[in-house]
Design a protein around this ligand. Structure first.
Ligand SMILES: O=C(CO)COP(=O)(O)O
Length: 138
């Protein structure tokens, strides 16, 4: 599965700890991240991560493009709901595209725990079905 990892600044340590805890699961997948998040996770865990631009410089939009191209299976985005972001429109656009394309999205640790355990249990295997859009079409 292609998994995107993103965290706003005040949530980065939270995400690093989370990825470290579930490293054995994450290492079986293709990991992507916005620039700074990816750099820090890579440094702490040694996982291989493809890094896009930093969020404020377009990273969220690059991940959004992957979603629109059906190239992203899961998004873990530890958002900071208490700090204004200069690129808030990009963040909203990314979240919106997850809904448009029905891509599983966790915006906090509690949801991410369930998603990662689901990933391990095969609950996201439907993502690899070629015609999944038809299955989930409205
Ligand atoms: O701002 C972000 C997501 O909106 C995250 O970007 P960085 O990982 O580059 O800090």
């Amino acid at each position: 599965m292609n998994i995107a990892l993103i965290a706003h600044d005040k949530k980065k340590k939270n995400l690093i700890d989370f990825v470290t805890a579930y490293q054995n699961i994450f290492k079986e997948h293709q990991l992507f991240a916005t620039g700074t998040t990816g750099k820090l996770i890579q440094k702490e865990t040694g996982l291989t991560i493809y890094r896009f631009q930093s969020g404020p410089l377009g990273g969220d939009q690059q991940i959004g493009a992957k979603i629109a191209n059906d190239e992203m299976d899961m998004i873990i985005f530890f958002r900071d709901p208490l700090t204004a972001q200069p690129h808030e429109p990009d963040v909203s656009a990314l979240l919106r595209l997850c809904d448009v394309y029905k891509v599983p999205l966790a915006t906090n640790q509690a949801s991410a725990e369930i998603m990662v355990r689901g990933l391990q249990n095969g609950w996201l295997d439907w993502r690899s079905i070629k015609d999944k859009r038809e299955i989930y079409d409205d």
